[in-house]
Design a protein around this ligand. Sequence first.
Ligand code: B1N
Length: 840
Amino acid sequence: VQLPQALQPTDAGVSKSSHRTGMTVEDLKQAFLDNLFYDQGKFPALATQHDYYMALAYAVRDRLLQRWNQTAATYTAEGSRTVAYFSAEFLMGPQLGKNLTSLGIYDRVRDAIASLDLDLDALLDEEPEPGLGNGGLGRLAACYLDSLATLEIPALGYGIRYEFGIFQQDLQDGWQVEKTDKWLRLGNPWEIKRPEWGVEVKFGGHTDSYLDQDGCYRVRWVPEQTVMGIPYDTPLLGYQTATANTLRLWTAEAPESFNFESFNSGDYLGAVYEKMISENISKVLYPNDDSAQGKRLRLTQQYFFVSCSLRDMLRILIGQELPLEKFHEKFAVQLNDTHPAIAVAELMRLLLDEHHLNWESAWSITQRTFAYTNHTLLPEALERWPIDLFGQLLPRHLDVIYEINHRFIDEVRIKFPGDEARLARLSLIDESGERYIRMAHLACVGSHTINGVAALHTELLKQDVLQDFYAMYPHKFQNKTNGVTPRRFMVLSNAKLTNLITEKIGDQWVKHLDQLQQLEAFADDPDFQNTWREIKLSCKRDLAVFIQQQTGIVVDPHSMFDILIKRFHEYKRQHLDVLHIITLYNRIKANPDIDITPRTFIFGGKAAPGYWMAKLIIKLINSVADVVNRDPDVRGRLKVVFMKNFNVKLAQRLYPAADLSEQISTAGKEASGTGNMKFALNGALTIGTLDGANVEIREQVGAENFFLFGLTTEQVYKMRAEGYCPQDYYQANPELRLALDRIASGFFSHGDTEVFKPLLDGLMNHDPYFLLADYQSYIDCQKEVGLAFKDTARWTRMSILNTARTGTFSSDRAIQEYCDDIWNIQPVKVAQPDDVPTAV
Ligand code: B1N
């Protein structure tokens, strides 16, 4: 449609008054005051800190909107190829600070706010965390959206607008207690609701067949239930670019016409009840990380957001007058694990049933559209849906999957004649007992590319978890080592180090992180080392103040800050760290004058609410902390701190203050890890196993700048095959025995010998994650760490080299690889508005 001339520029007729778009301190201050009055309806005497936050957020949003609209207009005009990143989780973190950094107006906003006698940090702190993810997988999606916008790649993030994100973690008597995360309670200034783009999603019912007007045999889905998906859009501005991409999250609402029959028949409460049921779909994020629960509501959520998103993409395609056959040319869809893998069947259904393509064309489009990222090797995380449950919810998709499977199995027969066992292993249907649909298999068959998230992980996929698919489709497999955004995890969170680096090597490193290599030249420069150390100490001081505010515990900023922050899971082995703490404590008790390097052990992370062992490990940490922190014999040389409610906001305070990064998972279990990258970037040294991306971090920083311990993946596999007996280690190692016995004796639990028994029994009898086998190696390695920390010059050199050599772990590098090797997509330039601030 040709727009009237007067409306053709995106900002035609829009007021560009300085208070809407101006970037001077005066403009920003005026905008803030106007918003406080006109949007919040408040004047300073009545305004809360939150009102101030909202007024500022809206002032910043106004400045994003020109870029956002300009971006949308450019993509529409150019019909740009677009990445659609499908993810059940986006762990975005607070937006205000991030947007100030992207716009390059952090300092002038601080000044504008200060001129009103307010404190920008206090306002930033008001923003609730949008916790729409569990951990690494959700945060990776957020880092990737940041890099996509920064690299000026057209992209849409598609997901669910959970009303309640990941629960808030509280502690009671050292136990985790979950509280509902009401992040939307005070409103979300970053999102814009787009009800006009709402779509209907159907569930349940049955299928039947019919002959259409042309006498063609067709299948029809007769669904039982309809819900509306309503999109909420959030702009995502790249770092000092004009590109603002969109995060589009779906909320479930009951349709307008909802059940008016029961309403008219007088069953008002029944109708309202049903409405409530529809709205349950986007109520709450499933709080499990690295495990699948097999619940009907979860499958409903997955199908809901996938169906909404694909329908939305068809709308965009048709709006641009492109034919359906070009779907895969317009869009590259990335499946973030199998959570959105039902998209393969849904796109087939849309193309077959609603757009009447034939199977071959539909399948060719589908396979050329999707690519699948696997994020886990843990068997319990591989999603499978019982056929009955699946068929009740999505009967038509079940038919489609059977047909995909039928054709796929024929292909396997041709490639591997007579290999019946292989057919059973590869089938999309697990028929070994109760019948299940294997979502990873659907994703593998329906995608042109399958990738792992670290070099080791991809190898293990090829050799182990997906070996049959690798034999079938070797060309589909690629590695894409994860990355993290330096904008949030350095520029925003570690201003001091950012400024030092920029003084030394200029400011281009923020978008070209490899340039950090230039810091190597200063690794031995005593002045630079001094400044480097002072900055680390200053970050540690800031954290020490925060720790005291939050927990009442006083920590010494000169002690080594030894940090383990991640979701609680047995394979991540937080309890191995605890065994180290108890061992040091036992040594002090045996010899109070022993020379040990003072350490502050800092833990953070949530346990899935139903994961008892993980919760027990949290309790153990808090119990040990209680004893160690109070014991006068310790003389403050050891402190143990558990920071509750670990989230992106808290993470940003912790990485800059870390001396030592704990990456101690059992080899072969952690797909990649991304916290490991954030630590190294901020100059922490790593103690770690050869697992996930640790392997590549060690390669980059050099073996001499990395503390390696523990069994390798092959050794673990071998021990498991030959029969591993943890008791042998217990018997043979007096310090290990003493540590475990201390827990068993009730020493850390006011004499209660029962509470930690399940944990100890597990370790002594099964120890599936090889803690006892790795104990001595860990303890020895920690001794090296302690000695190295005392040699300040050596430690500082190692720290500088860690930062200098971890540029490759930028999410920009990862996204560039996805663009080149998987998506085949190029950047699109968006014109900068003329308000660009001159200084950063
Ligand atoms: O994905 C991260 C990796 O760095 C981590 O090593 C990996 O553990 C993590 C089911 C998951 N894998 N699988 C999940 C999350 C939620 C859920 O419901 C599985 N998370 C990971 C990024 O690649």
